[in-house]
Ligand binder design. Structure first.
Ligand code: NAP
Ligand code: GLV
Length: 329
């Protein structure tokens, strides 16, 4: 069968696809929309990244053969899942392959903001440092602070474990409760987001981007946070109203932010660049060799299994399986 891979992946897992199927890998870093629409014509499977929008138009162009869209990411907000489901197309993602890596990154951002690591690095490199001073770049200690996790799923749970390990009190707000976190980390469930916002010293966003979570954190929510609190976002940029965050940070209404994701990642809001109390990373929370290889392997296996009529591990639209376009064994 025909498989189109939208960009080169980590490792050599695509070779496993080549052994069984006719595979084309787009050779460049980025695929233009017009090339994507051209290349998917007649394929049985698409292996996409979160940078490509896989919507009704792409599915229409692919045609009746398209059986599976394998997104090499845990987030799948770039895929129009309802449309795929309507058409009987399986959508898969790469859950659990990167949870620890993303949680580590959230904690790294938290420590970097609270201990002013980036500011310190710039200060030393600029030649301004002339010796120890009692009040130079004084930050905040993490121990005994309250970590508020918003979205207690796979990544949220790891973030809670790491925070607990650093001596933090864990509270969380989520759609459903986590028995594990309540047991392992003495995590306290908050029924309302407001309660978490008011109590936490560090807020880590770990929800997926969906209709309810888009713009979930705006000025109103940010103003509920403590003036000394820090916001960490490794989820999706659009969960936060970025302009409102910039305004609140400028006014010093919260202490800082650590951001790995942005509303428009092709053109990051330059208002963020001027703020010393913000640490920015280029959507690299899952960028460890371990996670990226597992993601690639899983994305490939999801196609191999689906095309072989076996239920894939990262099935997003479970309801489609009984009427999927694939011939099941
Ligand atoms: P997950 O296991 O599905 O966890 C998401 C959690 O959020 C679940 O507990 C879910 O509740 C909860 N949730 C969903 N909608 C909610 C709402 N409206 N209000 C409150 N809670 C809600 O996903 P994950 O693997 O932890 O990944 C989370 C997200 O992180 C991904 O979707 C992706 O956008 C982002 N991410 C970013 C990077 C990066 O590189 N920066 C890397 C990986 C992932 P239920 O348990 O009830 O579903
Ligand atoms: C990365 O952002 C992912 O969703 O895997």
């Amino acid at each position: 069968m025909k498989v189109f891979v939208t960009q080169k992946l980590a490792g050599d897992f695509v070779d496993k696809l080549v052994e069984k199927h006719e595979v084309e890998v787009w050779p460049e870093r980025e695929i233009l929309r017009k090339d994507l629409l051209r290349k998917v014509k007649g394929v049985d499977a698409i292996l996409s990244l979160l940078t490509e929008r896989i919507d009704a138009e792409v599915m229409e162009k692919a045609g009746e053969n398209l059986k599976v869209i394998s997104n090499c990411a845990v987030g799948f907000d770039n895929v129009e899942v309802s449309e795929a489901t309507r058409r009987g197309i399986v959508v898969t993602n790469t859950p659990a392959a990167l949870s620890e890596s993303v949680a580590e990154h959230a904690m790294a951002l938290m420590l970097t903001v609270m201990r002013r690591i980036v500011e310190g690095d710039r200060y030393v490199r600029s030649g301004k440092f002339k010796g120890w001073e009692p009040d130079l770049m004084v930050g905040m200690t993490v121990r005994r602070k309250v970590l508020g996790v918003v979205g207690m799923g796979r990544i949220g749970e790891w973030t809670a474990r790491l925070g607990y390990g650093l001596g933090m009190k864990v509270i969380y707000y989520s759609r459903s409760r986590s028995v594990d976190v309540e047991k392992e980390c003495k995590g306290e469930y908050k029924e309302k987001l407001d309660e978490l916002l008011k109590e936490a010293d560090v807020i880590s966003l770990n929800v997926p981007l969906n209709k309810e979570t888009g713009g979930m954190i705006g000025k109103k929510e940010l103003m509920m946070m403590k003036k000394t609190a820090v916001l960490i976002n490794t989820a999706r940029g659009a969960v936060v109203k970025e302009n409102e965050l910039i305004e609140v940070l400028k006014e010093g209404r919260i202490a800082g932010a650590g951001l790995d994701v942005f509303e428009d990642e092709s053109r990051v809001n330059t208002g963020l660049f001027k703020l010393d109390n913000v640490v920015l990373t280029p959507h690299i929370a899952s960028a460890t060799n371990e996670a990226r290889e597992l993601m690639a392997e899983m994305a490939v296996n999801n196609i191999l299994r689906t095309l072989a009529g076996e239920e894939p591990e990262g099935l997003v639209n479970e309801e489609v399986w009984c009427r999927a376009r694939v011939h099941k064994c």
